[in-house]
Design a protein around this ligand. Structure first.
Ligand code: UDP
Length: 459
């Protein structure tokens, strides 16, 4: 996992970067693609700096150890069965259930690992902020804990504010704003708002119980938000993103679905800045009707496209079928794949724009390549991310309201062929430059990585 933005690791295990006695770092990602990718990117950075990496993981969405022969993997039986959750309520209860199910077996496995490595050899454990139960177990076993939050700084600030808003009765009712967010940009609490509130409170608790928080963001993207967060939390905050620029191979290695690389060849044959890339991430689902409107909107725009139609993208019946006639209507100017090597696609010169659900990884991957976005947020932090894309960074816009093919056509043309789209692309290009600068050795994120490692060794 070497990076064009970072010198190849020169220090071997036990070398000068990491003192021999504190050479192990333990990691526990949340088992969703959007959380696994940043954790493995972080693993790549720490391994490159001389740490030995041990990854605890659930059986659900387990990583493939053969793709990471340099790490040690410790499976935690989670007793979960059945398909991955779809609706936001299901995701929330699934995360809470994973916490409950893993707590006891994690305690046993962690104790065994500590005995094996001798506690003193372990610098710390880095846990996803959604796994409060693991933070508590580690703390009880006297392991120093850091947390990784895989969303934006702005979103975390909201989470910190939520418990108070809920207590004061502002949420889930309408009537409050956390600028630049409007009410509609805040995380929707869903039908089981009690569970969602609990989830958010637990994230904040995990953060506060830890010795520091790692964020996949960077100073030039969220300077004000980071200042606010540091003020609100009064604890070390390490903004070391965009993680994928430091660890470019990590996401391909930790992809749960097979990335179809044929689309890169297909892109090679396209003119520069001509193709719309469409993907709604690993969880978001759409209705069969929305799929049909999306398909005919894409077809009607006349713009060449690469579309990720993931198995299970259409929720209701599990059947994800593009409408009859779509293939003929778009033959020669479109490609549909089940899963793409997204980072490489966004980096490809042929890509002009990205129609995204606005997950934080997709958003940062897009801005780092200077690709403007159409956002169609589904749940969680996606509405807030779309707000930043449109109103703060002005590198894209939201496709709001009911999906209609005519509206889709117009939005695609506005982004890919219109002059407004060109301005958004230019602004995204500025962010791309800023992201490159901050990942240099003297850049803000490069320096923050150094501070993080010093902090880990001093805990
Ligand atoms: N991704 C990918 N291939 C695809 C679509 C997505 O490798 O076809 C990766 C993408 O690069 C990102 C992750 O999956 O790192 C999705 O994370 P995000 O936070 O954007 O959304 P989520 O899936 O969590 O909703």
């Amino acid at each position: 996992t070497s990076s064009p933005y970072w010198p190849a690791p020169t220090m071997a295990l036990g070398g000068s970067a990491v003192a021999g006695r504190r050479r192990h770092v333990l990691l526990f990602p949340l088992a969703y693609q959007g959380h696994i990718n940043p954790m493995f990117r972080l693993a790549g950075i720490l391994h490159g700096r001389g740490f030995a990496v041990t990854v605890f993981h659930t059986h659900f969405n387990a990583p493939d150890p053969s793709r990471h022969p340099e790490y040690r993997f410790v499976p935690i039986p989670d007793g979960m069965s059945g398909p991955a959750p779809v609706a936001i309520e299901d995701v929330v209860s699934h995360i809470l259930a994973l916490n409950a199910a893993c707590e006891a077996p994690f305690r046993d496995r962690l104790a065994a690992v500590l005995e094996e490595y001798s506690g003193d050899a372990v610098a710390c454990i880095i846990v996803d902020t959604h796994l409060l139960s693991m933070v508590e177990v580690a703390t009880k076993l006297s392991v120093r804990t850091l947390v990784l939050r895989t969303g934006s700084a702005a979103c975390l600030s909201c989470f910190v504010a939520y418990p108070l808003l809920i207590k004061r009765g502002y949420l889930p009712v309408q009537g409050t704003e956390l600028p630049p967010y409007r009410v509609r940009d805040l995380m929707q609490l869903g039908k089981r708002h009690d569970l969602t509130c609990k989830l958010l409170e637990r994230v904040v608790e995990a953060v506060k119980a830890s010795s520091g928080i790692i964020l996949n963001t960077f100073d030039a993207l969220e300077r004000r938000e980071l200042v606010k967060l540091r003020r609100d939390l009064d604890m070390p905050v390490f903004d070391i993103g965009p993680l994928h620029l430091f660890s470019p191979a990590a996401a391909a290695e930790s992809s749960l679905l097979r990335q179809d690389r044929r689309c890169l060849k297909w892109l090679d044959a396209r003119p520069a800045a001509s193709v719309l890339y469409v993907s709604f991430g690993s969880l978001a689902c759409m209705s069969a009707r929305d799929l049909v409107e999306t398909a005919w909107g894409i077809a009607g725009s006349g713009v060449p496209f690469l579309w990720v139609v993931r198995p299970g993208l259409v929720a209701a019946d599990g059947l994800t079928r593009l409408p009859d006639g779509f293939e003929e209507a778009t033959r020669g100017r479109g490609m549909v794949v089940e899963w793409a090597p997204q980072e490489e696609v966004l980096r490809h010169a042929a890509v002009a724009g990205f129609w995204t659900h606005g997950g934080w990884n997709s958003t940062t991957e897009s801005v780092c390549e200077g690709v403007p976005m159409l956002c169609r947020p589904h749940f969680g932090d996606q509405m807030g991310n779309a707000r930043y894309v449109e109103h703060v960074w002005r590198v894209g816009f939201e496709v709001a309201g009911a999906l209609e093919r005519g509206g889709v056509e117009a939005a695609i043309r506005r982004l890919v062929t219109g002059s407004e789209g060109a301005e958004m692309r230019a602004r995204a290009g500025e962010l791309k430059k800023a992201a490159k600068e901050c990942t240099g050795e003297a850049g803000s994120s490069g320096l923050a990585i150094g501070k993080l490692i010093d902090h880990m060794l001093a805990l």
